[in-house]
Design a protein. Structure first.
Length: 292
């Protein structure tokens, strides 16, 4: 992991070392079967070396490698597993929105996804990555090696907003790519029909998956302000409307709150974890929730 793309800085990795997002914790009680573990023991097969990070068990350091190279490397092993985390990243046109935050929703979401992938691999679990808009644009199957993690980070570092959103369709198409029940993390602005979304989620819930919904929003999307005439353009359809924001704001704010409440209620009713976050706030507190 030492030569990771720049989407994760050394400061990120130092801070992430204080967190544990263990897929095993997410799925325990929902899934049965064995779990992939990496550690010492003759019953396991050698997988690879990876860099030591603060918080790792120092007993796993290969001191012979340290004596030769002056680098602390952990020797990881592998045996049977059935636990995975699948990251679904919305890269539709609307995710390129940026108004009251320094970065776009997509940049924020990609950075968060990179942190999740890092934590999953560091926790000795397997992670996959799917980037979608109206279809699946990129897919990396589950993996747990440093090379696989770097491939994920490279995709996330260079992702760009694409076409219109069709999250239900992307979820339906992705079903065939999953071999077993897992943790599914969807990172999106959820600009889609709630009923269609629930139908798509049900396909995963019926298979025993645990779903985490990370709802990303720019603070400028939640309220309308200003008394002058503004021209608003839909980033996905190009449709435009001219209006005075302060005249529409009461109805608009009520609609936004209603939609977010509907998503939260849907998640609660079906046992999904709903995590709303705004792009001018740090996403690190989300990891406190994920580790519970």
């Amino acid at each position: 992991m030492a030569d990771s793309p720049s989407i994760l800085t050394p400061q990120d990795m130092s801070r992430l070392a204080n967190y544990r997002f263990a897929v095993r914790m997410m799925v325990e009680g929902w899934l049965s079967g064995s779990h992939r573990a990496k550690g010492r023991g003759s019953s396991s097969d050698f997988l690879e070396y990876r860099a030591y990070y603060p918080g790792d068990d120092p007993r796993l350091i290969d001191w012979r490698v340290f004596a030769r190279s002056d680098k602390m490397q952990l020797k990881t092993f592998e045996h049977e597993s059935h636990v995975e985390c699948h990251i679904f990243l919305d890269a539709s046109a609307s995710m390129g929105y940026k108004e009251l935050a320094p970065i776009s929703k997509l940049q924020y979401a990609a950075h968060f996804a990179a942190c999740v992938a890092w934590l999953v691999v560091r926790g000795h679990d397997r992670v996959s990555l799917q980037i979608f808009d109206e279809k699946i644009r990129s897919f990396l199957p589950p993996g747990s090696t440093a090379t696989h993690l770097n491939q994920c980070l490279h995709l996330l570092e260079h992702v760009q907003p694409g076409n219109q959103t069709d999250l239900p369709q992307a979820l339906a198409a992705s079903q065939r790519l999953l071999e077993r029940p897992a943790t599914i993390m969807v990172i999106s602005d959820f600009c889609c029909d709630t009923d269609a979304l629930l139908q798509a989620f049900n396909m995963y819930l019926h298979r025993g998956c645990k779903l985490v919904l990370v709802h990303v929003a720019d603070p400028g999307e939640l309220v309308l302000s200003g008394s002058a005439l503004y021209r608003y353009v839909d980033m996905e359809t190009g449709a435009a409307v001219i209006c005075k924001p302060d005249e529409l704001n009461p109805a608009y704010t009520a609609m936004v709150k209603q939609r977010r409440a509907a998503l939260q209620a849907m998640a609660a009713a079906r046992g999904m974890l709903y995590l709303p976050v705004q792009t001018h706030h740090s996403f690190y507190p989300l990891f406190d929730t994920l580790a519970r």
